[in-house]
Design a protein around this ligand. Structure first.
Ligand code: MN3
Length: 199
């Protein structure tokens, strides 16, 4: 069965003014959708048709001859995850186990934000910044292009898309303003806590 574009977990204008409906029209409706359409075309009739997204990512990671399938499958997975990393009225601070684990790993929430921001701003060109569980430890990482922690035995808790298409409509070239807005007004700590509970 072919993959379908998952619906956003909120209305397309629900994150405004921090992320506009116009950004959602392009980022979800066009960019994310194009990865879904291209993935289905590449899988059509092949060995990997009918497998889950996670299975396809695992089966193609690091295989240069399958780069097209990997890139589109990983981007479908990353974007689906990213939409849940934000919510209307987001921001603030985590609580409970997640807050304790962030304090233990980074020293404080502010230091985590500093490290996450640094990763997001130093990812040269397109890619992603992440909070992951890696071998039992919380870590901040960054990945280029479509690359994803699920291809590296890491469990993602949170991410930000730092491809220019994620912020150019709302912030033009100002990636720092986008990252600040994400952490201040959009981040969905409840989703990160759910991912930690399952890790
Ligand atoms: Mn994107």
């Amino acid at each position: 069965m072919a993959f379908e574009l998952p619906a956003l977990p909120y209305a397309k204008d629900a994150l405004a003014p921090h992320m506009s409906a116009e950004t959602m029209d392009y980022h979800h409706g066009k960019h994310h959708n194009t990865y879904v359409v291209n993935l289905n075309k590449l899988l059509d009739g092949g060995d990997l048709a009918g497998r889950t997204l996670e299975e396809i990512v695992a089966a193609t990671a690091g295989d240069a001859s399958k780069a097209g399938v990997f890139n589109n499958a990983a981007q479908v997975w990353n974007h689906t995850f990213f939409w849940h990393c934000m919510k209307p009225g987001g921001g603030g601070a985590p609580s409970g186990d997640l807050a304790a684990r962030i304090d233990a790993a980074f020293g404080s929430l502010d230091k985590f934000k500093e490290d996450f921001t640094q990763a997001a701003l130093t990812q040269f060109g397109s890619g992603w910044a992440w909070l992951v569980v890696d071998g039992g430890d919380l870590k901040v990482t960054k990945t280029p292009n479509a690359d994803t922690p699920i291809a590296h035995r890491q469990t993602p808790l949170l991410c930000i898309d730092v491809w220019e298409h994620a912020y150019y409509v709302d912030h033009r070239n100002a990636r720092p303003k986008f990252v600040e807005t994400f952490l201040g007004h959009l981040v969905n700590w409840d989703f990160a806590a759910e991912n930690l509970a399952k890790a």
